[in-house]
Design a protein around this ligand. Sequence first.
Ligand code: NAP
Ligand code: FE
Length: 361
Amino acid sequence: MELYIPTRLISGENCIKNNSAYFSMFGEKALIVTGKRSAEISGALADVTDVLDAQGINWTMFNHVENNPTIETCYAGGQAAKDFGASLIIAIGGGSPMDAAKAIATYAVNELKPMEIYHGNFKNKPLPIISIPLTAGTGSEITPYSVLTVHSLENKKTFTHPDNFSKVAFLDPNYLKSLPKSVLYDTVADALSHGIESILCKRDSMMSQVYAEASIKLISEALEGVLSGNPDLEKLLFASSLAGMAISQTGTVIVHSMGYMLTYYKGTPHGRANALLLPGFLKLCQKHCPEKLQIVLRAFGAKDVEPLIDGIKSLVFEKTILSLDEVSAFSHKAFQAKNVSQTLWDLTEQEEALVFSDLLD
Ligand code: NAP
Ligand code: FE
């Protein structure tokens, strides 16, 4: 077993203002990487720029990160960091800006063609990253993964490297108050999926399980509040980071690689795609690895799989409908994914088709 999570995680209300010294540890020029509006409306951007201004750190914005960021956007961000002479990248946003920041930090200090980011072996270490999550879903603030949309592959592809971990992550639950209900549901489902997939995976270990089980338990406790419009944002944010720690060690399994089909071809938000596919995956696990599934059920506080499936279904904000042709094409393509080999049994393409079939009209 091995544990490598070199990120300083600081949480609590006003944690940025109360720990501002960390911003001055990484040189004097910061590129702030964000999406369109969330950094501003959550209040996080103002808190960050106040701290930077007070410490005489120059900053500029790269606010072009779209949902499911493309490799082209990250490349452009890398160029922006070079032009500015950035010494630090600050990511403020959901998984999209946080993931983009990792690729930007590597492009910024290396002469690479866009797809060469997948080759590893970089001449220079990436710029340091400070991450500020605005969703409680991806755990990207504490994972080495950067999930990028690659149009030439018609898919999403993960850029991972041990140097991708953020140096510092600030978790302030107040920034999540502006989350639209749909994004809250989608992202809670993503965090839950990370915990579940991390356990139902070949790489699962005693160490990763501690994080995954704790995360599933917290989400189970918080679920009612999410559904009734009174979410415990601090608990959810912590649960998301815990699930991130689990997948930092194990990665995810087929729910994620199958979900990329729904996101790429149907525009389904990432976490929602997982929520739509998890019930079918759990039914397969019930058949093939019931003992392992018990660990997940115990963490969720359920005696059998039905209450867990019901909980997951309650987070589906809107269904995605597939045709028979799409089921066949998506299962064929998703079956080529690397993480198929992490499945606990000898998975077949037909089984993936069965899971996608849940989405037939
Ligand atoms: P996201 O794509 O970062 O954001 C979704 C939407 O929510 C955006 O429109 C965003 O607005 C808005 N939003 C985010 N936070 C908000 C807030 N506090 N208030 C108001 N609006 C807010 O969503 P995400 O689910 O967090 O990230 C998904 C991405 O992460 C996918 O690309 C997925 O593949 C990746 N992912 C990465 C990992 C990992 O380990 N690295 C794991 C799972 C998933 P703006 O456009 O204005 O920002
Ligand atoms: Fe995810």
